[in-house]
Design a protein around this ligand. Structure first.
Ligand SMILES: NC(=O)c1ccc[n+]([C@@H]2O[C@H](COP(=O)([O-])OP(=O)(O)OC[C@H]3O[C@@H](n4cnc5c(N)ncnc54)[C@H](OP(=O)(O)O)[C@@H]3O)[C@@H](O)[C@H]2O)c1
Length: 384
């Protein structure tokens, strides 16, 4: 839990309204916001919202009203009801997590614009999206579980947007990089997606960049773990599942009904490590080394480099695997934890359109979420 109740209580006082006297104020729009999951990304987002609020009010008349924050076990509801939020003592009180009550509180019953931001990695939260959207609440998330989860649920989410509510999830693929929006813009302007190829894991990009035979692969995994580049359990990165989820999200964005089960995934986790408790797995990480040394030698023999690549071809075949690429390939020249995505389309056919840059980290991910919020806010009509 990274947000403290006193910070929430202070929030309204930190939001000055510095209208320049001589300038006509833009039409005022108010957006009620509820944040689900004040972890690393959620906390970074709350900071960004606080910092941006005065400028948003001044330049675009957008007032963000933080109505509540909910974590895995507790929630804070911020409203003028003294009994509910404990404001009579100048402090917030928390109540047990109740997502339905939380959404009802943020949505209100006064016809306001309301947005729920899911910064958890929880499937139960994702299961609520269809209901929230159908009730007219917008949803923004970096959580991949809806976009790559069961297809019927994904279809229910899309159908629920008929209410006029919007669902945006830019940060699910490559964090703050404009990947989903780029694809959407291509399609909206009449282009046709032919193929997608990319490196969607900053962790695996870093490992492949650093794996030069000087150190065993397992030593690099340990280093990445110590630097916080991997998930708490590095097998979550090495299994390729997270990369496969991102590929499914992009395919569905392009209208292809892909499911996770359709993606052929090459896991880098040997069977002998797959089911071990984390500590035992970390002790036996050297079992990765023989295979990865052999793969590196194979790449070198052909003058190439090893990269962990996701691809979707024009027949809808989806793969995530370790491949040998020529040394001149654009994927061979990424830096550190860079992600890269290439869209081959009817227009960008000979030379694909690429998006590249850091694709993980709480701040850039939160900025991707914030961008989605602003896109939704742009389309709101003035309503108090
Ligand atoms: N970190 C990144 O660089 C990055 C990049 C791209 C996408 N993402 C995605 O962004 C999301 C958040 O990542 P993170 O790194 O911020 O994770 P995190 O630090 O583990 O935070 C997760 C938050 O979700 C809350 N939570 C869990 N279950 C919940 C529930 N049922 N109801 C309400 N809240 C619940 C947790 O509550 P407690 O505080 O009570 O535990 C915690 O505050 C994930 O979906 C992740 O895949 C992260």
């Amino acid at each position: 839990m990274n947000i403290c109740a006193s910070e929430l209580a202070e929030l309204p006082q930190r939001l000055p309204l510095p209208w320049p006297a001589a300038v006509t104020a833009p039409p005022r729009r108010v957006l009620a916001v509820g944040v689900i999951g004040p972890g690393r990304v959620g906390s970074a987002l709350l900071e960004q919202l606080r910092a941006a609020q005065p400028r948003l009010v001044r330049d675009s008349g957008l007032e963000l009203r933080l109505c509540g924050v909910v974590a895995s076990k507790r929630m804070w509801l911020d409203c003028d009801d003294a009994e509910l939020n404990g404001r009579h003592d100048g402090a917030q009180i928390w109540r047990p997590n109740d997502l339905d009550a939380f959404a009802e509180h943020v949505g209100g019953n006064d016809g306001r614009h309301a947005l729920l931001i899911d910064c958890s990695a929880n499937d139960d939260v994702a299961a609520h999206y269809p209901r929230w959207l159908a009730a007219g609440m917008h949803v923004v998330t970096p959580n991949k579980l809806a976009g790559s989860g069961p297809l019927p649920r994904w279809q229910a989410i899309r159908a629920a947007c008929a209410s006029g509510a919007r669902f945006r999830y830019e940060a699910t693929v490559c964090a703050g990089l404009p990947v989903v929006q780029t694809l959407r813009d291509l399609l909206d302007t009449g282009d046709e997606l032919l193929a997608v190829e990319g490196m969607f894991s900053g962790t695996l990009a870093w490992l492949c960049n650093r794996h030069d035979g000087q150190q065993p692969f397992s030593a690099l995994v340990r280093e990445a773990h110590a630097l916080g580049y991997t998930e708490p359990d590095p097998r979550d990165d090495l299994s390729g599942l997270d990369v496969a989820r991102k590929l499914v999200i992009l395919a569905r964005e392009a209208g292809w009904p892909l499911s996770l089960e359709d993606v052929v995934v090459e896991s880098l986790v040997p069977d002998s490590l797959a089911a071990l408790p984390l500590e035992a797995c970390m002790q036996r990480l050297h079992e990765l080394d023989a295979l990865m040394s052999a793969r590196l030698a194979e790449a070198r023999a052909s003058g190439g480099v090893l990269r962990y690549v996701a691809s979707l071809d024009r027949h809808g075949r989806a793969r995530v695997k370790l491949v040998v690429l020529p040394a001149k390939h654009p994927f061979a020249h990424t830096r550190l934890t860079d992600n890269i995505v290439q869209f081959t389309t009817r227009r960008y056919c000979d030379n694909p359109l690429s998006v590249q840059g850091p694709g993980a980290g709480p701040e850039v991910t939160a900025a991707g979420v914030f961008t989605d919020l602003l896109r939704i806010a742009e389309s709101l009509e003035a309503r108090a």
